[in-house]
Write a protein that binds this ligand. Sequence first.
Ligand SMILES: C[S@@+](CC[C@H](N)C(=O)[O-])C[C@H]1O[C@@H](n2cnc3c(N)ncnc32)[C@H](O)[C@@H]1O
Length: 437
Amino acid sequence: VSRKNKPKEYKLTIESLSNEGRGIAHYEAKTVFVRGALVGEEVLAQRVRNKAKYDEADTIEVLKASSMRIEPKCEVFGICGGCSLQYLSPENQIIEKEQWLKNHFKQHGYIEPKKWLSPITSESWNYRRKARLGVRFVEKKGEVLVGFREKKSSFITQMDKCEVLDLALNTKIKDLKICFSQLSIKKNIPQIEVAITDEQTILILRHLEELNDNDKQILKDFAKVQNITWYLQSGGLDTVKPLENEVKLSYQHKKHNIEINFLPTDFTQVNFSINEKMLNQALDLLKVEKDDNILDLFCGLGNFSLPLAKYANSITGVDFDKNLIQRARDNAIKNGLNNIDFFAFDLTKEPTQQLWYQNKTYDKIVIDPARSGALEIIEFLPQFKTKMVLYVSCNPATLARDSEVLLKQDFELKYAGVMDMFPHTAHIESMALFIKK
Ligand SMILES: C[S@@+](CC[C@H](N)C(=O)[O-])C[C@H]1O[C@@H](n2cnc3c(N)ncnc32)[C@H](O)[C@@H]1O
């Protein structure tokens, strides 16, 4: 690399943190957003982006460390794209995340809840029960890599274990690599998907070529020794099938005596322990009463709908995934609940022709959208004459944006708080309760 092409390196002092957790510094009057740096630190950083108004840079060396900085636990921290905050203790991570949420609210009309809820936290390692791991055969080395993608490339990280994956799998990555390197189709496995419950560990092997009998035997032997179950996927989602016997997956909301069955490809929250606490906080905030009619938007498998149905008059759940809606209906029957209706509908579309919308009112509404938020459907909320909206979010930027619209509809933000659903990563899960004025 010639000197001219070498990315700029500079010494920077971090003045504050941005709302995605990057350090903010200035270099010759230009703002620099620095990944991996904390307030008060002096770092050597390398420029990765040169925009007219600001630079983006990565920390390459910490020259003066903050007292909050700790040694990352994982061997591949800094390389692997999975975690980015291991240099902060879990306690400080969640304090930071609350601050980022505050900053997002501030940027959207200086929104401030009446009261901040204490963060919901749990064990910060080995929490992840859902994951997608990349697989790649590296010709030159003659070995198969299994792991998360690297931070700055599409390469698979060289890793043998993962500190955030559930204990059922976290140390088995090395064994998976050895297993895959014995398969005839080792060049044609792009990924595996992971779904773990208290009882089962399912690995869905995506393969672009048929497995031969020897491959199948190798996988069966691995399954026996490692106590996992293989599913195979040759094409789209409808091709997913067990290699041997089908197993049933389920999780519980124990306090409410609810059990939710699901398929390994279904959406479930990645962190079961936080999910249970999140649900209990939602129920507390909603103060559910016997005659409440509740609408659960983006309901998925019925994670909120099913326990809510135990305490309310009726629940209406809506999600655009037909398969999840079918499973949600089955789960209602399995749990003996006959006061729930589930509807498959794309909530970015106009709902005016929908049965669950026309001439309907709902006392309370739960909204738990994907990262893109719920702006389209929020515009249609006023006809429901709702007293309370509980918004669960995995993206503070869209939560803040949508909150602004709810406030214009004469709601006030009573509570907001963060949940440590994804420790060590930069993802933020949060909950906000809006009450009609
Ligand atoms: C964060 S998940 C929450 C699911 C459920 N509330 C739970 O706790 O398991 C978001 C859900 O939104 C659904 N979804 C995403 N985009 C949608 C859309 N445009 N219309 C309706 N549902 C959508 C997904 O299928 C998924 O089930």
